[in-house]
Design a protein around this ligand. Structure first.
Ligand code: URA
Length: 234
């Protein structure tokens, strides 16, 4: 495997950043600085980036989890709260979450040990549409739906075009499907707060074309080959 890909897949940097690290002399192979970007890493090679040994011998795994409420989207938590690692604890690979969901949001979250795909998917240029079901307080008027679709100010930032559809509603609450392709912190909650309908519960139901379907909270499923290819080409 080419050295830039090897470094990227280990989750150390994007492929382009890996090329920069190589050009700047930050990468060593078996103790010697390696400045050849086309170097083909051999079995047994010891690759170091900034003095740290890079391990890339794992089988690549790609899973979709249904994150339950009350779990943090990190590998470790300094406050000792449950993390999404709990859901994939029987998988023998060092997975990490791609992007994040709030503690109080449930639903679709990708986890992988393919650092390159994670970089690709979280880069703003490739940000895929993420679809949520939001139960919001009160009635959402047509005028508010139009504002959400066009873009609302969530405190110094105006959101870009969103897909918004009312699924059902009563006088006290409305269930809304919303798709956005940005990932600002607490964006969906802030968007509904901006139009005066605070979110009561929030679930992510799809990441691009990859849907949660009937996957239960706290469970995972491995992605199909087609789904992995789809994500790589997003
Ligand atoms: N928007 C939010 O407000 N919360 C999430 O977890 C994801 C998107």
């Amino acid at each position: 495997m080419r050295i830039n890909k090897y470094i990227a897949q280990a989750g150390v940097a994007s492929r382009r950043k890996a090329d920069e690290l190589i050009a700047n002399g930050n990468v060593k192979v078996n103790g010697a600085v390696m400045k050849e970007p086309g170097y083909d890493v051999q079995e047994g090679d010891k690759v170091m980036v900034n003095g740290r040994l890079i391990e890339n011998s794992q089988k690549l795994e790609y899973v979709l989890i249904n994150k339950p409420l009350g779990m943090v989207t990190t590998v470790e938590d300094d406050k000792d709260r449950l993390t999404v690692m709990e859901v994939v604890k029987d998988i023998d690979a060092r997975l990490f979450p791609v992007g994040r969901l709030d503690y109080n949001t449930s639903g679709a979250l990708l986890m992988t040990n393919d650092g390159e795909l994670a970089y690709h998917l979280t880069h703003p240029k490739h940000e895929v549409y993420k679809t949520y079901h939001a139960l919001v307080k009160g009635v959402l008027s047509d005028e508010k739906v139009a504002r959400l679709r066009k873009g609302v100010d969530i405190g110094g930032y105006v959101t870009s075009r969103a897909y918004v559809k009312i699924l059902r509603g009563t006088r006290t609450s409305t269930l809304v499907e919303i798709s956005i392709h940005e990932g600002k912190n607490r964006q969906v909650r802030k968007m509904f707060a901006a139009v005066g309908n605070p979110v009561q519960t929030l679930e992510r139901v799809a990441i691009g074309d990859i849907r949660l379907g009937h996957l239960k909270q706290g469970h995972y499923r491995k992605l199909t080959r087609e789904e992995i290819e789809y994500l790589k080409n997003c």
